[in-house]
Design a protein. Structure first.
Ligand SMILES: CSC[C@H]1O[C@H](OP(=O)(O)O)[C@H](O)[C@@H]1O
Length: 351
């Protein structure tokens, strides 16, 4: 079993085809931005941070062996590729923020007369390659900050519930919400983790269960519809989920089903945490009403592994995400600490 979603070295990029998991562990080559766009759009690679890293690394693959006559030509091509890549999936903000950073770097290098075109290309490649290590270090920090928050005032093992997949298969490694669960376990204070199957793409049943079994964590798979019964019958200490886009007021877009879990958590007095790096926070939007929610093909709802499970002819609605209002969120666990939703915008501006 492998948990490395992304394999990159010196301009060569491969991704673990997550559409085949858990049955088959197969890497596919990403030979440039068209492959990158397609792999993200088809969800062969998914997860907000992983989408940003694979999108940008596909750009590195695209330009790695190319020669450019001028910095203007290089900057123009970078902008065109990045504009294309960000159309692969609309809800997670990470790829857009990463693309903006690369574009800003390219513009800065274009205007720096001490840098030639080859130097500009190498600087852009280096900045993107660094995203891999930074994501892993961010996730480790999120894990520690989250474990500290969940265990504050508690000296017994925890029962936790999570949704979708937020582990090594959604990031460059370790994970966000699943990283917190890993950090709690590293302190020998994880009693049990419950993961939802996360219909219709089944990231929980196919991917999170895969990671939990790989790590030999005490875990139980439940259906999305069991969350209320689970909180009503077993003492769950906290729910912890990931994020695809957090607005300035703390409203959070995450996998469909997250919102109703937050409502149930409120009803049962269970703390509800979002774990996300600052690369998932979009202070350019005031609240969750501005977040575009991706709608996916109905086949993802009507079929499982190519087998039809829904009556032919039935209409379908398949939003991939929903928005949890900030007032239902206990805290947002980031690499820079655990923030109340109301503290977010100021903390991000402090950069
Ligand atoms: C670590 S962010 C993971 C985030 O992304 C997932 O969505 P998808 O599988 O459609 O890319 C889900 O919302 C997770 O919380």
């Amino acid at each position: 079993m492998t948990l490395e979603a992304i394999k990159y070295k010196a301009g060569q990029l491969q991704i673990l085809d997550q559409l085949l998991l858990p049955g088959e562990s197969k890497y596919i080559l990403v030979a440039g931005v068209k492959d990158g766009w397609s792999a993200i759009h088809k969800m062969q690679v998914r997860g907000a941070p992983a989408i940003a890293i694979v999108g940008c690394l596909s750009l590195v693959v695209e330009i790695y062996d190319k020669q450019y006559d001028t910095k203007v030509a290089l900057e123009k091509e970078l902008g065109e590729h990045l504009q294309y890549l960000v159309t692969s999936r609309p809800t997670a903000v990470n790829l857009k923020l990463a693309a903006d950073e690369v574009k800003d770097l390219a513009t800065s290098l274009l205007n720096n007369e001490t840098v030639n075109v080859d130097g500009m290309k190498q600087e852009v490649i280096k900045s993107i390659e660094q995203m891999l290590e930074k994501d892993i270090s961010d996730n480790r920090a999120i894990g520690d900050n989250g474990a500290n928050a969940l265990l504050k005032g508690i000296d017994r093992p925890l029962k936790l519930l999570t949704h979708c997949n937020t582990g090594s298969l959604a990031t460059a490694g370790y994970g966000t919400a699943l990283g917190v669960i890993r950090s709690v376990n590293e302190r020998n204070l994880l009693d049990h983790v419950y993961c939802t199957e996360t219909r219709p793409y089944n990231q929980g049943a196919r991917l999170t269960a895969y990671e939990l079994v790989h790590d030999k964590l005490p875990a139980t798979l439940v259906t999305d519809s069991m969350v209320a019964a689970l909180l009503n019958s077993r003492k769950i200490d906290a729910i912890i989920v990931g994020a695809d886009r957090v607005a300035a007021n703390g409203d959070t877009a995450n996998k469909i089903g997250t919102y109703q879990m937050a409502v149930v958590a409120k009803h049962h007095g269970v703390p509800f945490y979002v774990a996300a790096p600052f690369t998932s926070i979009d202070v350019a939007i005031a609240d969750g009403s501005y977040i575009k929610i991706e709608e996916r093909p109905e086949q993802e709802l009507t079929h499982i592994a190519g087998q039809r499970i829904a009556a032919p002819g039935i209409g379908c609605w398949n939003p991939a995400f929903d928005v949890t209002p900030a007032e239902l969120i206990t805290g947002i666990i980031t690499e820079r600490g655990v923030l109340k939703p109301s503290e977010l915008a100021e903390k991000v501006r402090q950069k």
